[in-house]
Design a protein around this ligand. Structure first.
Ligand code: NAD
Length: 275
């Protein structure tokens, strides 16, 4: 029951599947969900300063008997903390809340205009100082990445974007893959809204897997990392059991055909930033 690892640009290995913890703000609920995930074999947790549960992430890691180096922790700098110095300060606070000595992956949460390049430069410095193992970004379009390439010594190694069968992001996915930037899908299940699709239901019957498993498997076969969120123990377990079957090429194409360029969240180019 092991989750396969994606080797990133610098050789660091990141689990192909982790637990997303957005909206897990209830202390007990968060602790239970994360503890369950580690018990069944998850080794990655995706949090953010915004989510308000970095303390819980730290608590769960310390309470487990799993060595720190076997767990992959992602957190993100929120929009109101961007810019070079602010990002360094925000990182210190996240590190303290998590109670960790280093973070595996640190991301710019959204590309705040005029600030995201400087924000990334601070993340790059944290990488040079070995306070993070991997530098990355989130919600960056190709044009944001290209602005970063001009100024950065080290390219972002991960871009975390909204991605699911109704928003397949083919051009951005191809661009990132060509640049050896690993793509993580947020909202990999379309935030629970696309589970009832007819094509996915047919595949579910064909493979004897749940709709969520079909979707997560499709991501994996596209070389995309996923971080599905659930606080329900049975679903936490269900979501990681996707590495024991394979969708045919034909069924992958059928899934590809579901794209509607449908966003559950905001477009990074028209984001209403919280200042
Ligand atoms: P998701 O696609 O993971 O959907 C989560 C919802 O799907 C759950 O609340 C639950 O209702 C349902 N669900 C989960 N497993 C299921 C199953 N097996 N069967 C049926 N329903 C199931 O959406 P998300 O939580 O928005 O995204 C996942 C993670 O991505 C977040 O927790 C967070 O860590 C990250 N995220 C990042 C950003 C960003 O801007 N970088 C934005 C949103 C989310």
């Amino acid at each position: 029951n092991k989750i396969p690892m994606k080797t990133l640009e610098n050789g660091v290995k990141m689990p192909y599947l982790g637990l997303g913890v957005y909206k897990m703000t209830d202390h007990e609920e968060a602790i239970h969900a994360m503890t369950k995930a580690l018990e069944v074999g998850y080794r990655a947790i995706d949090t953010a300063a915004l989510y308000g549960n970095e303390e819980e992430v730290g608590e769960v890691i310390r309470a487990s008997s799993i060595p720190r180096e076997e767990i992959y922790i992602t957190t993100k700098v929120w929009n109101s903390d961007q810019g070079y110095d602010n990002t360094l300060r925000a990182f210190e606070i996240s590190l303290k809340k998590l109670g960790l000595e280093y973070i595996d992956l640190y991301l710019t949460h959204w590309p705040v205009k005029e600030k995201f390049v400087e924000t990334y430069r601070a993340i790059e410095r944290l990488y040079e100082e070995k306070l993070i193992r991997v530098p990355g970004v989130s919600n960056h379009h190709q044009h944001h990445l290209e602005k970063i390439f001009v100024k950065a010594n080290v390219k972002p190694m991960v871009n975390q974007i909204e991605l699911h069968p109704y928003l397949s992001q083919k051009p951005l996915l191809n661009f990132c893959q060509d640049q050896t930037i690993a793509v993580t899908a947020w909202g990999p299940l379309g935030r629970g809204k696309i589970i009832e699709d007819t094509t996915i239901e047919q595949l579910s019957a064909k493979y004897n897997k749940t709709a969520a498993q079909i979707i997560l498997r499709w991501h994996y076969q596209n070389d995309v990392i996923t971080i599905p969120k659930s606080v329900t123990p049975s679903r936490i377990e269900e979501n990681m059991n996707v590495f024991d079957f394979e969708l045919t090429q034909e069924d992958m194409l059928a899934m590809e055909g579901l794209n509607k360029d449908f966003r559950t969240g905001q477009d990074p180019d028209h984001f209403q930033f919280d200042f």
